[in-house]
Design a protein. Structure first.
Length: 19
């Protein structure tokens, strides 16, 4: 998952998973 985006991308991916 190296899109060159900030760590926010990983956080956004964890949000739907934890929700």
């Amino acid at each position: 998952m190296t899109y060159g985006n900030p760590p926010s991308t990983k956080f956004l991916k964890l949000v739907p998973l934890t929700s």
